[in-house]
Design a binder for this molecule. Structure first.
Ligand code: SF4
Length: 457
């Protein structure tokens, strides 16, 4: 499966790539299939069942709302985040859905979107089944999907058999391991971002790619701006107050401060701003997931604000190098908290950001790989235990801490020559095996860790 940087980084809606973006995409796919297969006219009702981690924490992650929006033809990239909640409320109030945006069916919120807290589908913890019924109550179409992290959706229909997002485009420089990637860099005298760029050109021109990546960077900047401006309490009932606005005011007011760690506080701000926006259901860029969406933007903001000579070329190279590392995690382990815990989300993002920064600070490929390895090594074993099933505690603060860690990893790697004991491939393998050994209660179910030791009030 060939993966593009634009698979790793995509515009979405908060608070979760696997629990919000993925279900919305799956619901839209189902709605589109009803139309494509000629079943829409006979459909008078549509039901959705969410299983596993989606069932356990779907309410807090907005999975049910995402399904309603997706069935009505809306997409994470373009849905108006300021009216999304109102559209869902209207569907519930009016007891009707407009499948694909047009076809009216009756809708009963309690009966038609069911979250199973203890039942799972066989192939993945994030499973969902959609069913269309005719006026006799007979099933006219039923399909299952899996949301496998980062907004990726897989068709669970055994007959369809394949992944919705599968792409077998031959790449000029295919790689599935960091060792292979480094061998290509050495053989071709290319940087890691050069290799990614060459591969990306099979899908689109360099100008188009650059425009898309800088477009993503613009969404990241807008997200930080929004997060710095939005005051108040985050939704969901935990009464978590947004911290980015007051920190932003403090940092911009104290212009004469000479604290050498001031840059670190700006990095904290950038990450808090993004993740608070994500928690509020705002527009974000999956990087590679929503829960970990603050790390790459925070480190990119650090690059642009504090590294002399930073420019758009550097932003593009940063994102390409980070994406190369993200692909390694996606192929060889997982970027899904429901599969491997938070090491797959915050750990992968920390590793990606470390690689991106090391690349634009002039690191050779071996140093970039070293930075990525440090970025994941010190997140190994990180569990996913969001309090109340909301992507707020520990998620928001965790992004800030991991952003600083990513910068440290890049700088540490730049002080070496690229040689090191633990390879990135070994660290990713360890992450996968640690995730397999991790108890289910630590994988986005909110049945372990902080989720059971912090009183929700
Ligand atoms: S704890 Fe980590 S993996 Fe779990 S929801 Fe929060 S950010 Fe995502």
């Amino acid at each position: 499966m060939a993966l593009s940087a634009l698979d790793l980084f995509s515009v979405g809606i908060g608070p979760s790539s696997s629990h919000t973006v993925g279900p919305m995409r799956a619901a839209k796919l189902f709605a589109d299939s009803l139309k494509g297969d000629g079943h829409l006219a006979a459909t008078v009702r549509v039901q959705a069942e969410l299983f596993g981690s989606l069932g356990a924490t779907g309410r807090g992650h907005g999975s049910d709302k995402a399904v309603v929006l997706g069935l009505q033809g809306l997409e994470p990239e373009t849905v108006d985040t300021s009216t999304a909640d109102d559209q869902v409320a209207a569907a519930a109030l009016n007891a009707e859905l407009r499948i694909g945006g047009h076809h009216r069916v009756d809708f009963n919120w309690d009966e038609d979107v069911v979250l199973h807290r203890r039942k799972s589908l066989p192939a993945h913890p994030n499973g969902m089944t959609f069913r269309a019924l005719d006026h006799t109550g007979a099933v006219v179409s039923e399909r299952s999907f899996y949301s496998i992290g980062g907004g990726f959706v897989v068709d669970g229909d055994a007959d369809a058999g394949d992944q919705v997002v599968a792409d077998d485009t031959p790449l000029p420089y295919p790689f599935t391991t960091a060792d292979q990637l480094l061998a290509i860099c050495r053989r071709e005298s290319m940087s890691i971002s050069d290799v990614m760029l060459a591969n990306e050109l099979v899908w689109r021109s360099e100008a188009e790619l650059r425009e898309k990546l800088l477009g993503l960077w613009a969404v990241m900047r807008e997200c930080v701006d929004n997060g710095c401006a939005a005051e108040g309490i985050l939704p969901g009932g935990l009464k978590v107050r947004r911290r980015a606005p007051s920190l932003f005011r403090t940092l911009t007011a104290d212009t004469g401060v000479t604290d050498p760690l001031r840059a670190m506080e700006w990095v904290n701000l950038f990450a808090l701003a993004v993740n608070e926006e994500n928690a509020a259901g705002g527009r974000i860029v999956t990087a590679p997931t929503n829960g970990a969406a603050g790390i790459v933007p925070a480190v990119l903001h650090y690059y642009v604000k504090f590294v002399p000579g930073a420019d758009d070329d550097g932003v593009v190279r940063f994102l390409l190098a980070a994406a190369a590392v993200g692909i390694l995690f996606k192929i060889n382990a997982s970027i899904s908290g429901a599969e491997v815990g938070c090491q797959g989300e915050v750990g992968s993002a920390c590793s990606m950001a470390a690689a991106g920064l090391c690349e634009v600070l002039g690191g050779i490929p071996e140093q970039v790989e070293n930075a990525a390895e440090v970025g994941i090594e010190h997140n190994l074993g990180l569990t996913c235990d969001p309090v109340g099933g909301l992507v707020q505690i520990p998620c928001i603060e965790r992004n800030a801490i991991a952003s600083v860690k990513a910068i440290n990893a890049a700088r540490l790697a730049l002080h070496g020559d690229g040689s090191h004991k633990v390879s990135l491939d070994k660290a990713i393998k360890t992450m996968r095996e640690t995730g397999a050994d991790m108890k289910t209660k630590y994988k986005e179910t909110s049945r372990g860790g902080l989720a059971v030791n912090v009183i929700e009030c």
